[in-house]
Design a binder for this molecule. Structure first.
Ligand SMILES: [Zn+2]
Length: 280
């Protein structure tokens, strides 16, 4: 089955180019999206790994293996021009990863996300709550946070109805369960209480998609395989294969759910191809 990894980065955790290629072949993944972050205030530990230059370097070495995404910082004047240039000159197909210490319903961010809808670029949002992410030091910041909270996701969805929003990370995935644990914990455990905010948002907003990458997506889905299966059967067009690291844990888990073949085709590549509007 064709597999497109919708969310990854070059060289994470010390992985070399050769190791990534070898793992890609072993995992049977056709193409990997390398997402760059253009934020002026990122806390990312490996800034080089999220730089567009590094993504381009990988892409130029193996254009048949990689696809590109990049998120300009919407607060920079000319962010929309920058976005258009990234599409025209580098062929980016995703606006992501948006991982910035700013509320994503900021006016300038909304303008950029709406423009993504016109360009048919899905937007990948990294959501992380401050209260769940203390740094235990005053300098440079007492908390890590990105984007806002689950209610910010809802406001973005409502403000950008023509844009495909691929939500991701802890302040999104924690709300698979109908409780508030995600307000103070990045990786809450325990049985899922049905009727969580994710289910409610999927019901209400046709422009929401779930980027399943990272420990956040994997752990949330693993909390209750039965509930994960039910959600993926109810909304087969909404879940997108994405890793954010180089492992087979997510595909091993999803393959174990016993989903119909056509759902898996959508999950592994069909949904993303439909959003982008082309075969990848
Ligand atoms: Zn990422």
């Amino acid at each position: 089955m064709k597999k497109i990894d919708a969310h990854n980065h070059p060289g994470l955790s010390g992985w070399t180019y050769e190791e990534i290629i070898a793992q890609q072949d072993e995992a049977g993944i056709d193409k990997i999206f390398l997402l760059a972050i253009e934020a002026t205030n990122t806390d990312e530990p490996g800034p080089l790994d999220i730089a567009l230059e590094r993504c381009l370097e990988y892409y130029e070495r193996s254009p048949e293996r990689f696809l590109l995404g990049c998120a300009p910082d919407p607060r920079i004047p000319g962010a929309i021009d920058r976005l258009e240039l990234l599409v025209r000159d580098y062929g980016i197909k995703i606006c992501g990863e948006v991982k910035i210490r700013m509320m994503y319903d900021n006016r300038d961010a909304i303008d950029m996300f709406r423009h993504c809808g016109e360009l048919r670029l899905p937007v990948v949002l990294h959501m992380q709550e401050a209260a769940a992410s203390p740094t235990h030091q005053k300098y440079p910041r007492p908390h890590m946070w990105y984007g806002g909270d689950i209610d910010t996701v809802e406001r973005v969805l409502a403000l950008c109805p023509e844009t495909a929003i691929m939500a991701h990370s802890t302040a999104f995935w924690s709300f698979i369960s109908n409780d508030d644990k995600g307000k103070t914990q990045n990786y809450p455990r325990g049985e899922v209480i049905p009727g969580g905010k994710i289910e409610k948002l999927l019901e209400k907003y046709p422009n929401l998609y779930c980027d399943c990458s990272g420990d956040s997506g994997l752990f949330a889905l693993q909390r209750s395989p039965e509930y994960a299966k039910k959600l993926m059967l109810t909304y087969p067009e909404k879940f997108i294969f994405a890793r954010d690291f180089y492992s087979n844990e997510l595909s091993d888990f999803v393959d174990s759910l016993g989903l119909p073949e056509e759902n898996l085709e959508l999950f592994y590549h069909g949904n993303l191809e439909r959003l982008i509007g082309e075969e990848l």
